[in-house]
Structures are given as C-alpha cells and as structure tokens.
Design a binder for this molecule. Structure first.
Ligand SMILES: Nc1ncnc2c1ncn2[C@@H]1O[C@H](COP(=O)(O)OP(=O)(O)O)[C@@H](O)[C@H]1O
Ligand SMILES: [Mg+2]
Length: 281
C-alpha cells in the first residue's frame, strides 16, 4: 500500500488506514440509565470481554456505539446469523489476478489492529462458529488463523463485546456454558418512564407529552408479556410510533403500525393492545 506521496506505508500506518471506516466521528446520543457507562469503562480498561444482556430494542447497540466514541476506539460490528461461519469472522483466501490472497475477516481486523469488536445478537450464530472467540477471551488473547498457519496475538487495545437477548433462549439457540463464563455481563432493560420519555422525545423529535403517552402505552404492552406476548413493545418501537406521529399520523394509528401489527398475529392480543392504547390517548 502507498500513501499519496508514493512512499510505502509501514504496517502500523496500514492498520490505521484499515480502521478508518470504523471510527465514530460524532457523538452517538445515549442517555445513561444506570451505572453502565462506568462499568463498561472499567471492563474496557482491563479488556474484560463484555456481554450486554437485555431485550431487543432497549439500547444495547446504541450504547456500544456511544462507548466506542467516548473511548476513542474504532468499532467493528458483526450482526451474527445462523449461516455465519468461522471463516466469515476470521478471514479466508480469495482468488485475484495475482493468485490467492488472504483477506482478514472483521474479527481478525479488530484483533490485529486494536478495535472494539461487537458481535451483535451472538446467539444467532451457531455454537461451532462462536468457539473461535474462546482463545481470545482468556488470558491467552490469541486468535489461531488455521488456514494461514498463523497464531495472531491480540493488539493490546482489542476488546470483545457481545450482545445477548436472554428472552430468545432455547436449547438449540443458546451460548455454550464455556462461552458464557468468559464474559462480564452488563444488564439492560427498558428505562424508567421519565428517562424512556426523554429518549423517545429526543429520538423521534416529538413533544414530551406525546413521548410520555407512548411510554405509557409501552408499559401497558409490557404487562402483556407472558399473557400472549413474547415481549412488550421496545423503546425502538415507541420511537417508530413517535416518528409516524411527527409525520402527521394520529397517535392511535401510529401505534397500530409501529407496534400492534408487528408484535403479534393473534387477533385477541391485538384487541387487548388496541384497548390499552385507546385508554392512553
Ligand atoms: N439509553 C438510550 N439512549 C439513547 N437512545 C436509546 C437508548 N435506549 C434506546 N435508545 C433508542 O432505541 C433504539 C433501539 O436501541 P438499540 O440500541 O438498537 O437496541 P438493542 O441493540 O438493544 O436491540 C436506538 O436506535 C435508540 O434510538
Ligand atoms: Mg442491537
């Protein structure tokens, strides 16, 4: 690789360049809910692998973006899915004009150059894929690149973060005990009403009264959890409803589109939710 003056870049400069797309320029808005910022900073200082644990749409991804910005670290995010292989994370040889060339996967790039690597919704990945993180999450901090016959020692700034939604647990989709036990966990849940209203107002740009009504609706939907609903409406859903309101849709209809219809196919539960919404507006 060459810089503009044509001089060859040393490997350090090459790594910095590779991380450029992963640097977070502006502060991502995050409203702290409890002690999570200080906990993450402490875990980051000791490079303790961190698990962000909580229901969908409660702020885990936004939090890690905010923390990466605050700590001045690049953030490499991988959305995990069932078909993801270890090679998708680690890297592979690809054919090009000059022959086969090794391409680092996102995990390897983070390990080599010292980024925060965020494996989002890790339970979506198969267990035989997630075991590649094991040697990185104990005191060895190494990543074996088997196909390349190389053992990569993690950069001192490399930090591994995963998110995990305990609600989706099933025997087939869960982390191995040996994987879980490598992480410190920070618990996330929906914030108390006043803070959640502040977040909805800020993100959907609606007034505080509308935000408070949406949060009230969210709380009622969460009471239906276990009574026909797997999860109540998330903060994300309340923000979506707020965005529709901001674009001229009446609140009841906005809630229908943003939360009632997506969350359940059961007509009785829909009626119960619609009744709860009608009582709030
Ligand atoms: N504490 C918070 N501060 C700021 N925004 C938040 C917060 N919690 C939730 N949000 C909002 O909710 C949305 C969903 O959060 P996200 O981080 O994507 O959830 P998760 O990763 O837990 O599924 C975010 O895009 C953001 O708008
Ligand atoms: Mg997320």
């Amino acid at each position: 690789m060459h810089d503009r003056s044509g001089a060859a870049l040393d490997s350090r400069a090459q790594q910095d360049l590779a991380l450029d797309p992963f640097r977070i320029a502006g502060e991502p808005y995050y409203r702290p809910v409890a002690h999570e910022v200080a906990l993450f900073e402490a875990a980051h200082r000791s490079r303790m692998p961190v698990m962000l644990k909580g229901p969908t749409g409660c702020g885990k991804t936004r939090f890690v973006e905010h923390m990466a910005w605050k700590l001045g670290r690049p953030l490499i995010t991988v959305s995990c899915h069932e078909d993801m292989t270890a090679s998708d994370l680690v890297g592979r040889y690809l054919l090009d004009a000059v022959g086969t060339v090794w391409h680092d996967g996102p995990l390897t790039l983070a390990v080599r150059s010292g980024a925060i690597c965020y494996l989002d919704e890790i339970v979506e990945a198969r267990q035989d894929t997630t075991v590649v993180i094991h040697s990185l999450t104990d005191d060895r901090r190494i990543l074996p690149l088997e196909k390349k016959n190389e053992v990569l020692k993690a950069h001192p700034d490399f930090h591994l973060v995963i998110s995990y939604n305990p609600g989706y647990q099933s025997v087939l989709k869960d982390l191995k005990e040996s994987t879980k036990q490598r992480f410190g966990a920070i618990a996330f849940s929906y914030p108390v009403a006043a803070i959640e209203a502040e977040i909805v107002a800020a993100e959907a740009r609606v007034d505080r009264r509308t935000a408070a009504t949406l949060v009230n609706i969210g709380a009622r939907s969460r009471n239906l959890k276990g009574h026909g609903l797997e999860e109540g409406a998330s903060t994300r859903m309340l923000i979506n409803a707020g965005l529709l309101v901001g674009n001229g849709i009446a609140l009841a209809e906005a809630c229908d589109v943003a939360l009632v219809l997506p969350i359940t196919d059961d007509p009785d539960i829909r009626d119960a939710l619609r009744a709860a919404i009608a009582a709030c507006v």
